[in-house]
Write a protein that binds this ligand. Structure first.
Ligand code: HAM
Length: 433
């Protein structure tokens, strides 16, 4: 039997070129989180299934989770998302911790999905969450981390938008206006969540199964056509939605002051598939016509601490996938070229018996924090140049045995200079140019 060389379905082998691009995205993510004072955390890869059963929702539990029974008869799952883990960790320490708690992580997650563009079985997800007394300023800060990150890649409001809605509003609309019980409300949530993916006839067919009265069915369809914050405001007045349930004006003014207005768009179909959200819900959408998809999703969740019998500590946060982010950056030409490595000096020689000089100089340069790939056996100049360029090195150094010198060629400008082997100071200055 021969074993396949391919990775498991929906997973990637991260060869160096892909890993370089991923590391670049991770670095930008870390910088964005640190710019707002978020601290890194991590958790275990396996969790008990009950953790997700409590609040993550049926789709995750029934269709997406990788679970098994361990040797101790515990039902465990590979983490399909990070929010239950971070809530579990915060529940252990929040009494002593100064608030708000600002944490971030970049875990890899597994979901049993049908692999397609933007959707795999394994992905890495940048999670940024803030725990503290409920406040629109926390929501705004979380959205700012997102725009800060996207801006750091050179993306602006012509590239992406933040579609938002609020679960308080939808809960009110479904239960008080449409008169749906909890289970019907839940099903209607799920239908709206699928609205963008379902063909119109399929959507209407599934909506018909709710047997809404004609008046309510018209109201529901009117809701789905709301296109702007102004239209939303008029609609919410029409159904007498209590303003105190969602301080939309406060949210928009704070968003304006924080420079978010150009990104924020009200979207009635944003409800989010996960059950724990209780307030603001949002998705970052790519505006590129070939890549109209959610890049990132999140929202406010007030009740997750209750599953650990802890007092309320509201959270708000988001998850941004590496697969969707990379597709986004590529679609807009914002991903730098990672086809080559990022080494400083490729050091070799064309001379016989020069190995020790190569090892010696490489060692001295590395101790000054400059990366060196060494090639101690003698090679022809053409071969050295070829290998140096392939390795992505910025300089090629060639040691000349007879003169005890090294010729350093800048591979970007083709300038070259010769240095005494003992003159480390000048060699370092050259390599730092
Ligand atoms: P989510 O919407 O399930 O939310 O995932 C967030 C993002 O992760 C998606 O918008 C997408 O970029 C990426 N993603 C999810 N599943 C896949 C997949 N199968 N393949 C590739 N990318 C994927 C959550 O997971 C929430 N826990 C986020 C959150 C954090 N909410 C509050 N804090």
């Amino acid at each position: 039997m021969s074993i396949s060389k391919k990775p498991y379905k929906g997973c990637r082998d991260l060869f160096p070129e892909l890993k370089r691009a991923q590391d670049f995205m991770f670095d930008q993510m870390k910088k964005a989180a640190h710019a707002f004072g978020f601290e890194p955390y991590d958790g275990p890869m396996l969790e008990e299934v009950d953790l997700y059963r409590a609040k993550s929702g049926q789709e995750l539990i029934n269709d997406q989770i990788y679970s098994f029974t361990d040797r101790g008869e515990r039902e465990v799952a590979i983490r399909p998302e990070m929010t239950p883990t971070v809530a579990r960790m915060v529940a252990q320490v929040h009494r002593e911790a100064p608030k708000p708690i600002r944490w971030y992580s970049i875990p890899n997650l597994m979901r049993y999905e049908r692999p397609q563009r933007g959707r795999l079985r394994e992905h890495w997800q940048f999670n940024v969450d803030l725990f503290g007394p409920e406040s629109i300023y926390n929501e705004i800060e979380i959205l700012q981390v997102i725009t800060h990150l996207f801006n750091s890649f050179g993306a602006n409001a012509s590239h992406f938008e933040i579609l938002f809605n609020n679960r308080q509003f939808i809960d009110f609309f479904f239960s008080k206006t449409l008169g749906l019980d909890e289970s019907k409300s839940y099903d209607l949530y799920k239908l709206i969540d699928r609205a963008k993916k379902l063909p119109k006839e399929k959507f209407d067919e599934q909506l018909a199964a709710f047997n809404l009265e004609l008046k309510n069915s018209e109201l529901f369809n009117e809701y789905l056509t709301l296109k702007s914050i102004e239209e939303f405001k008029t609609f919410s007045e029409k159904i007498s939605f209590p303003k105190e349930n969602w301080d939309l004006s406060g949210f928009l003014s704070a968003g304006d002051a924080a420079g978010l207005s150009k990104y924020l768009v009200f979207d009635p179909t944003i409800v989010r598939g996960l059950d724990y959200y209780t307030g603001l819900v949002f998705e970052v959408f790519d505006k590129h016509p070939d890549n109209r998809r959610a890049l990132c999703g999140g929202g406010a969740y007030a009740g997750l601490m209750k599953i650990f019998n802890e007092e309320q500590l509201p959270g708000v946060g988001f998850g941004l996938g590496d697969v969707t982010l990379k597709d986004f950056l590529e679609s807009h030409g914002l991903l730098p070229d990672f086809s080559h490595g990022n080494n400083v000096l490729f050091l070799g020689t064309e001379d016989e018996s020069c190995e020790l000089e190569v090892l010696n100089l490489a060692n001295a340069i590395r101790s000054r924090d400059i990366s060196v790939i060494n090639s101690p056996s003698k090679l022809k100049f053409k071969k050295l140049l070829q290998q140096a360029s392939k390795s992505g090195s910025r300089f090629l150094g060639i040691i000349q045995k007879e003169t005890n010198k090294v010729k350093i060629k800048n591979l970007n400008t083709n300038d070259q200079n010769i240095f005494e082997l003992s003159n480390i100071k000048e060699i370092i200055t050259e390599l730092n140019k």
